[in-house]
Design a protein around this ligand. Structure first.
Ligand code: PAF
Length: 281
C-alpha cells in the first residue's frame, strides 16, 4: 500500500494508473475508520481496479467552537485497516498542503445545503464541497463512494458533481450499524458510556417512524412526531432537528406522501450524531 503526502505525489500516482487503463475508486474520509468506511472501500473497489482512501480532517467544514480539536484520530490503526482491506494508496495531506494561506475559492450548493444540518452549521457544506472538489481534482477518481448516513452530504455531492460536470460516478453506501442499532460514526468514540447507551434512541426513533409507515401512515408530521417522542425520552439528548423531507432534493413535504427521508440530528453533550431512514411506498 502506498502512503502519499503531497498533491504532486498523489496526482502522479493516479496519472500512472490511469495511463495504464486502470479505473480508480476513491473513498474520502476524515479517518478513525470503522466498518462503515470499510464497506465504502468495498463499494469503490466494485467499480474500479485500484482504490485510494484519503484521510484528512478538513478544518474548513468545522465552524469555530465545533469539535475539530476533539475529532477522534488514530492514524496507525487507520493504516492497518486500509492495508487489511487491500487499499492501494492512502492520501494523507496536511492542512497546509491542501489550503494555501490565501485560498479564496469555495464551492457552494446553496439550495441543498440550507435545510437540516445547514441550519445549525451554515458554513459546513461549503467546506465539504470545497475539499471534495479539491480531492477529486488531485485523486482523479472514476468512482467515489460516500456513506448514506450523511444523507444530505451525499445529495449535495451528487448535485455538485452533476452541476460541475465532474467525470466521476458517485456511489452511496448503506448505513452500517452497531448491534444495538446505533449508526456507526467516528464521533461515537466521543460518547460517554451513559451517552452511548442513550444514543440508540436515534435508530429507535427511526424504527418507531418505520412502524407508522408500515402501517400505512403517510403524513410526514406523524413520522417526525413518532421519532421525536422516542429521542426526547433519552436522557441528555438535545434535538437539533427531526425532519421528514423529499429524498431527492430535500425540499419540504406535507400531506400524504409516497416517499420521504426522515433525518435526525441529536446532541449528547458536545457530540452531535445524525441518522436517517428513507421511506418508500
Ligand atoms: O464525510 C466525511 O467524512 C467528510 O465530510 C468528507 C466527505 C471526507 C469531506 O471532508
Amino acid at each position: 500500500m502506498d502512503v502519499l503526502h503531497t498533491k504532486a505525489e498523489m496526482r502522479a500516482w493516479s496519472r500512472a494508473r490511469r495511463k495504464g487503463g486502470l479505473r480508480i475508486g476513491f473513498v474520502p474520509t476524515m479517518g478513525f475508520l470503522h466498518d462503515g468506511h470499510l464497506s465504502l472501500i468495498d463499494r469503490a473497489r466494485a467499480g474500479a481496479d485500484r482504490v485510494v482512501v484519503s484521510i484528512f480532517v478538513n478544518p474548513t467544514q468545522f465552524a469555530p467552537g465545533e469539535d475539530l480539536d476533539r475529532y477522534p484520530r488514530d492514524l496507525q490503526g487507520d493504516l492497518r485497516k486500509c492495508r487489511a482491506r487491500n487499499v492501494d494508496a492512502v492520501f494523507l495531506p496536511t492542512p497546509a498542503e491542501m489550503y494555501p494561506p490565501d485560498a479564496a475559492t469555495t464551492v457552494h450548493v446553496p439550495t441543498l445545503a440550507r435545510p437540516l444540518c445547514g441550519r445549525d452549521r451554515p458554513t459546513h457544506f461549503a467546506g465539504v464541497c470545497t475539499i471534495v472538489t479539491k480531492l477529486f481534482n488531485v485523486v482523479q477518481p472514476d468512482v467515489a463512494a460516500f456513506g448514506e448516513k450523511d444523507f444530505q452530504q451525499l445529495a449535495i455531492v451528487r448535485r455538485m458533481t452533476r452541476d460541475l460536470d465532474l467525470p466521476i460516478e458517485i456511489v452511496g453506501g448503506p448505513i452500517v450499524r452497531e448491534p444495538d442499532g446505533l449508526a456507526m460514526s467516528s464521533r461515537n468514540a466521543n460518547l460517554t458510556p451513559d451517552q452511548r447507551r442513550e444514543a440508540v434512541a436515534l435508530s429507535k426513533g427511526l424504527a418507531a417512524a418505520r412502524a407508522i409507515w408500515d402501517a400505512g401512515g403517510r403524513d410526514p408530521r406523524a413520522l417526525e412526531a413518532a421519532a421525536r417522542a422516542v429521542v426526547e425520552a433519552a436522557a441528555g439528548a438535545e434535538i437539533d432537528y427531526v425532519e421528514a423531507r423529499h429524498p431527492d432534493d430535500l425540499t419540504a413535504i406535507e400531506g400524504k406522501v409516497d416517499r420521504a427521508v426522515l433525518a435526525l440530528a441529536v446532541r449528547f453533550g458536545g457530540t452531535r450524531l445524525i441518522d436517517n431512514a428513507v421511506f418508500e411506498a
